[in-house]
Design a protein around this ligand. Structure first.
Ligand SMILES: Cc1ncc(COP(=O)(O)O)c(C=O)c1O
Length: 453
């Protein structure tokens, strides 16, 4: 019989898969080390088990003890598998930026999850670094893993991922490209490959909002480089000991939008359903295209699976809200897609101004069309109301008819954006669009601004 004695024995030996479509303009061979084939669906299973085993060996982790870690999810999953099989308790301290799926998955494998705010300094007592350390001190037989500075992290990749890549490429690998978080993957794999062949180039992929690239290039830890970003797993606001800057030849930064768009492309064009840092990694590789020649074998590592991001990158609403969807906005109807299903708010000529003001306040709108039985006959906007109020303090008791402005121009649903934009001026705050069902909707300056991505 051929079987593993427990799930931990299935870690590693992940496949190397050729990338064909996305990189077809490049002269070199591009191979992806697809780490979602690990049982916890990420590369982090390797280092999690190694950190636990090393801590067992030197007594930092005692039988029945509690493993405590600040983890963005994947390391937590690896630790959870080790904890289940080896009989430890696990507390994962996670930031509120992480997807809900990741938290639910950790709970499913028995971890207790503590959520901390993202936008605080690492030294702040609420930060996940500080909370993890404090919990480790307060918990009897608690062991704080600290994947950032724990040398077993890079060592696991030195002992496993590096040799696998070397053997799978029969020593032909010329470049290794990977997203950098704790640095364990790049430093461990990089060290192994450079020991085998010092000409192998090691490139890190960083995010905007992280300190790595500038630090590598200038030696300056620039706090101005730190701001919040969306990509999970890579980039840092600290310098983890696991990042060995001497082994890394350079960094390239990838935007959140590009990371999201390329993650989707990997699924659609290569059948690789991977997480967001893999989108960053492949986009980073494309940004480095001038580095590669026809004989080069470029290996990129994809850390985890797309299944943890279904509510995010693989959700159209989440992508649209952030302006990541490459949707073409061409006509009037495209401008109002987000609110076309809501009814058009109007006021009647004989209603009091007070009613119009109340409706505008309640629905948080700055302008409203005015109707009578013949159709649209006027408009009210904030500036009309303000002017009327300056002229007469009792304006609220007047009928709308007496204070309204000109009716908004009406365009067809197929009108071009240019046509609509020209109609919106200082004196005319909105345009009405006639829908195919005979109803009308409103396009405001806000809708036009929103369409500019
Ligand atoms: C999804 C994902 N990508 C990339 C990384 C970065 O890997 P490393 O910490 O080895 O630098 C991580 C690590 O947390 C991760 O979870």
């Amino acid at each position: 019989m051929k079987y593993a004695n427990n799930i931990l024995e299935t870690i590693g030996n992940t496949p190397l898969v050729k990338i064909n479509q996305i990189t077809k303009e490049l002269p070199c061979t591009v191979l992806a080390k697809v780490e979602y084939f690990n049982p916890g669906s990420s590369c982090k299973d390797r280092m999690a088990l190694k950190m636990v085993e090393d801590a067992e060996k030197d007594g930092r982790l005692v039988p029945g003890g509690t493993i405590i870690e600040g983890t963005s999810g994947n390391t937590g999953m690896g630790l959870a598998l080790a904890a289940v099989i080896k009989g430890y308790k696990l507390i994962c301290v996670i930031t509120d930026k992480q997807s809900k799926e990741k938290m639910d998955i950790l709970r499913a494998v028995g971890a207790k999850v503590v959520v901390c705010p993202t936008d605080v300094e690492p030294t702040d007592p609420r930060s996940y670094y500080s909370v993890s350390k404090r919990l480790a001190e307060e918990t009897p037989n608690g062991w704080y893993v600290n994947q950032y500075d724990n040398p077993s992290n890079a060592q696991a990749n030195y002992e496993q991922t590096g040799p696998e890549i070397w053997e799978q490429t029969e020593g032909k690998v010329t470049h290794f490209i990977v997203g950098v978080g704790t640095g364990g993957t790049i430093s461990g794999v990089g060290k192994y490959l450079k020991e085998k062949n010092s000409n192998v180039k090691i490139w890190g992929v960083d995010t905007y909002g992280s300190v790595f690239k500038k630090y590598k290039e200038t030696g300056i830890f620039d706090e101005n480089e730190v701001y919040s970003y969306v990509t999970e797993g890579i980039g840092e606001d600290i310098l983890p000991e696991n990042v060995d800057f001497d082994i890394i030849d350079g960094f390239t930064k990838v935007t959140d939008k590009d990371a999201a768009v390329y993650t989707r492309r990997l699924a659609l064009e290569e059948g690789l359903f991977v997480g967001m840092s893999s989108g960053s990694a492949i986009k980073g590789l494309l940004q480095l295209k001038d580095e590669f020649g026809p004989d080069d074998v470029v290996v990129v590592l994809f850390h985890d699976s797309g299944s943890r991001y279904v509510g995010k990158i693989f959700n159209d609403d989440w992508m649209r809200d952030r302006g990541y969807l490459e949707e073409e906005v061409k006509t009037a109807i495209d401008l109002i897609q987000e609110h076309v299903d809501k009814p058009l708010l109007t006021v009647r000529t004989e209603e009091l101004a007070a009613h119009a003001i109340d409706r505008m306040r309640r629905f948080k709108i700055s302008q409203i069309p005015v109707m009578d039985i013949t159709g649209f006959v006027g408009s009210l906007d904030e500036s009309d109301l303000f002017q009327a109020f300056l002229e007469d303090r009792n304006v609220a008791d007047k009928p709308v008819r007496e204070i309204m402005g000109k009716p908004y121009p009406i365009v067809k649903a197929s009108a071009s954006i240019e046509e609509v934009s020209k109609l919106i001026t200082k004196d005319n705050q909105a345009v009405l669009v006639e829908l195919e069902n005979g109803k009308y909707h409103i396009i405001t300056k806000h809708d036009i601004i929103n369409s500019i991505k």
